[in-house]
Design a protein around this ligand. Structure first.
Ligand SMILES: Cc1cc2nc3c(=O)[nH]c(=O)nc-3n(C[C@H](O)[C@H](O)[C@H](O)COP(=O)(O)OP(=O)(O)OC[C@H]3O[C@@H](n4cnc5c(N)ncnc54)[C@H](O)[C@@H]3O)c2cc1C
Length: 392
């Protein structure tokens, strides 16, 4: 690589590549190692995820030069969000009244984010991307972090960062535990075209036994996120398309008229993860490897970007002060800042999921009461809106 290597990042997912760009812009030399082939990174296939981005995340993506690369037709504004409980006529609504924004946030497909991240990272001379090879070992010593690749190469640097997914192998190898919460559910995500306009309103419907989120995309197109048990999800993934389309349309009370499946159905098991530490000497965790969120509050990648900001700030500050960027006092600053930023969102999301997916009587009663109460408490609604937009 052209410049000296300061940091090795494991994983060229959206979080790992965003950090690489941020560090390169701050003057550091970075190597990113990814097990996927170069062609997949350069042109990732749609994976069904439409990532809801907060305004703060948009600011970060703009500063990284990624936002500018998203095609206009792939950026869909959300003007309003409604939370519906069962078949109740009541909903808890959020909009931008009383804020300086005209949108709550924006939806961008995950593969579009990954493609833009790869393009920007590939254009920086101080970023080296090694693809098509998995990391098979990690170690740290007083003076260096060492990353061993499956082909026998060993990369050394003052710091390594693992952004290798919520099931991070590097995290385990470094002896860092994680609190895992298996929700025992699976989400099915896919796109539908429909007859009636969505008016840029996102819906989160908590029916008994399953939840359905319908997210507005450009034109007469929406993304649906269906949460259900693993058994039910297998059946729904195999269901003939006309039957599946009818079921989703009816489940959504035909608000969008007839719905037609566009593209494939994708499924993901729902497991949330919170690492017990985010750093040790010469090693830091980022993205889902640090905080793997349940997608219902749409915060996973947003939190990853907040982590990119904190970690870059800590490392840049250390260099300016002539300190070792891999030393624990430097990484401890990132760790405490990122835990403060993510812990309340993580715990709050898990409570919300428990409350809204528990079909027993006390929970049903509490959630109906919560929705009605929240509607009548403007400060509470304003607080949740700030959280949704990232302007907390
Ligand atoms: C259905 C769904 C909907 C979501 N919706 C939202 C949303 O609306 N808003 C939001 O903010 N977030 C959302 N998320 C979360 C978001 O997708 C994740 O937070 C984000 O993709 C995590 O990025 P990452 O880079 O940390 O990890 P990943 O995307 O998992 O990337 C990790 C990378 O590391 C590589 N890797 C793993 N092991 C190795 C190894 N040993 N060697 C080399 N490379 C390795 C992998 O191949 C991969 O490329 C959603 C998630 C799901 C499942």
């Amino acid at each position: 690589m052209a410049s000296e290597r300061d940091v090795v990042i494991i994983g060229a997912g959206p979080a790992g590549l965003s950090l690489a760009i941020s560090l390169a812009d701050a003057g550091f030399g970075v190597t990113v190692v990814e097990k996927l082939p170069h062609a997949t990174l350069a042109d990732p296939a749609p994976d069904g995820r439409e990532i809801a981005l907060t305004h703060r995340a948009v600011d970060i993506l703009q500063s990284l030069g990624m936002w500018q690369r998203f095609p206009a037709e792939d950026v869909s504004p959300i003007r309003e969000a409604r939370v519906i409980d069962g078949k109740s006529a009541h909903f808890l609504g959020f909009d931008t009244h009383g804020t300086q924004q005209t949108e709550l946030g924006y939806l961008v497909p995950n593969n579009v984010i990954r493609k833009a991240a790869f393009e920007v990272a590939s254009s920086k001379p101080s970023i080296e991307i090694i693809s098509d090879v998995a990391v098979s070992g990690v170690a740290t010593s007083t003076n260096a972090a060492e990353v061993r690749l499956a082909d026998g190469r060993v990369l050394a640097a003052p710091l390594m960062v693992a952004a290798d997914s919520r099931f991070s192998d590097a995290r385990r190898r470094m002896g860092i535990g994680a609190d895992l919460r298996d929700f025992g559910r699976t989400v099915i995500v896919c796109r539908f075209s429909h007859e009636l306009p969505h008016h840029e309103i996102a819906h989160e419907c908590f029916y008994y036994g399953r939840t359905l989120a319908v997210l507005p995309l450009h034109g007469l197109m929406s993304s649906t996120v269906i949460t259900l048990s693993a058994d039910q999800s297998n059946a729904m993934m195999q269901m003939p398309i006309p039957e599946f389309e009818k079921l989703v349309s009816e489940q959504f009370d035909s608000r969008l008229g007839a719905m037609r499946l566009v593209g494939e159905r994708h499924s993901y098991p729902l497991v949330a993860v919170y690492a017990q530490r985010f750093a040790t000497h010469r090693f830091a965790l980022l993205g889902d490897a640090a905080v793997g969120m349940h997608p219902v509050t749409a915060h996973g990648f947003n939190c990853g970007l907040y982590g990119v900001e904190s970690l870059t700030r800590a490392i840049r500050g250390a260099r300016a002060a002539g300190r070792d960027i891999g030393s624990m006092p430097v990484l401890a600053r990132y760790q405490s800042e990122h835990r403060r930023a993510t812990r309340p969102i993580y715990l709050g999301t898990n409570v919300l999921v428990s409350l809204f997916t528990d079909d027993e009587m006390p929970a049903r009663f509490i959630r109906t009461a919560v929705l009605r109460l929240a509607n009548r408490l403007p400060p509470l609604k304003a607080g949740i809106t700030r959280q949704l937009t990232g302007r907390a």
